[in-house]
Ligand binder design. Structure first.
Ligand code: SF4
Ligand code: SF4
Length: 401
């Protein structure tokens, strides 16, 4: 059984987390954060106990965000899942979804692998086969890019600069949407900053945690933490442009793996890309040679950004672009939570969770929704029909790069 480090008695049973849990609101199959987190933790401390509805927790972290006592409910849930899966094997489906990095590496190793995988994964026959193993045939599965971000980056000649930052791309940007990473590099270079992308980085481990593979996630955390510590010691800032990767490196490592040394120190050097850019803007160190962008956007705040407590730096910065108008959706979770909504038994729940957001987008008539999280963008496009963009792509457009 996992060593218990969080005191469930910090819970004062106020049920605020229940009111803020989007999955509890969407389905009665889930018994809610108060019961599955602190209440059952009291039983789990003394003996093994597994409540099957724990599977329905999406790790969206709205419970943690709302709890007045600071109980990390989602972490209790993930630790309980991990304890269960130490003795009970995961399904083939959960193994595949949790090890997306391995799959992407295989795709990249084969000539025309991305094209073959995309055709193979996105036709009715293969979707029907995937449904047989528990992957929804309706879910918005990502496509692979022909060239990964890291491969592209290695071929680039940057303008050298005294000022450098380290970029952690994460799997989604590296293998699925490298354009986001390219846009970030262009924006940073325009501001006289050189970018370093260490090849030692591995998947942040977020899909491993939600799949119950805690030991593998810890192994990844140790590798990433060592690399981050190395660059932080030299005075470099380490940027992420995916809010789930950022949350994992910055906060979840500390909650899940307190035995790893130096995590709190590392967190001081970790920045969301827009947190970094907005800070420079506030100091008058960000170029403002923006061309007007005569467009109206909607901005969706990923739950994993909200819980970081760094405000909405992308929204703040994009509002400085002349001609551009952008409204915050303020319509809750999109429902996808990483790959939660890809699972057949959770697809309808994820769509129910995101329904308010999808309707808000449709009612507004906006053509493009801006969001910092890759899988949120997939879900928003799927649920609302709108185009989506990472905020750094809009910033690059304003710079006319
Ligand atoms: S992480 Fe999200 S789904 Fe899980 S209990 Fe908390 S609010 Fe509910
Ligand atoms: S919000 Fe916090 S204190 Fe209130 S019931 Fe949930 S875990 Fe307990």
């Amino acid at each position: 059984m996992a060593k218990h480090r969080i005191n469930p008695d910090d819970c004062i049973a106020c049920t605020t987390c229940v009111a803020h849990c989007p999955v509890t609101a969407a389905t009665r199959k889930f018994r809610g954060p108060k019961m599955l987190g602190p209440a059952l933790e009291r039983f789990r401390i003394s003996e093994e106990d597994y409540e099957p509805s724990l599977e329905y927790c999406s790790n969206c972290k709205n419970c943690d965000l709302s709890c007045p006592s600071g109980v990390p409910v989602s972490t209790l849930n993930m630790l309980a899942k991990a304890a269960y899966y130490k003795k009970n094997p995961q399904s083939m489906r959960d193994h595949m979804l949790s090890h997306g990095e391995n799959m992407a590496k295989m795709v990249n190793a084969i000539p025309f692998g991305a094209a073959l995988a995309n055709v193979g994964m996105h036709n009715p026959v293969s979707r029907a086969a995937m449904k047989q193993i528990g992957i929804s045939d309706k879910a918005p599965m990502p496509t692979y890019a022909a060239t990964s971000f890291v491969s592209w980056f290695k071929s680039q000649k940057q303008t050298p600069s005294e000022e450098k930052v380290v970029f952690f791309p994460g799997c989604f940007i590296n293998y699925n949407q490298p354009q986001v990473g390219k846009d970030l590099v262009a924006v940073l270079q325009h501001n006289g900053i050189e970018v370093i992308v260490p090849e030692e980085f591995v998947c942040c481990g977020s899909p491993l945690v939600t799949g119950g593979y805690l030991d593998e996630a810890e192994s990844n955390a140790r590798k990433n933490a060592a690399e981050i510590a190395k660059w932080a010691a030299k005075g470099y800032k380490i940027l992420t442009a995916c809010t789930s990767c950022g949350l994992m490196l910055n906060q979840e490592y500390q909650e899940l793996f307190p035995a790893i040394e130096g995590l709190a120190q590392n967190a001081l050097s970790l920045y969301d890309a827009f947190e970094f850019l907005a800070e420079r803007a506030a100091e008058g160190k960000l170029k403002t040679d923006f061309a007007p962008v005569q467009e109206h956007f909607m901005y969706h705040v990923p739950c994993h950004l909200r819980v970081q407590g760094i405000g909405l730096p992308a929204l703040t910065l994009l509002r400085q672009i002349p001609g551009l108008s952008i409204e915050e959706a303020d319509a809750g979770c999109c429902g996808i939570s990483g790959n939660y909504g890809f699972r057949d038994e959770k697809y309808e729940i994820s769509m129910a969770v995101g329904a308010e957001l999808f309707q808000r987008i449709k009612d507004s008539g906006v053509k493009t929704v801006v969001c910092d999280c890759g899988t949120c963008r997939l879900q928003i496009g799927h649920g609302s029909g709108a185009a989506t963009a990472h905020p750094v792509s809009i910033l690059r457009k304003a710079y006319q790069l």
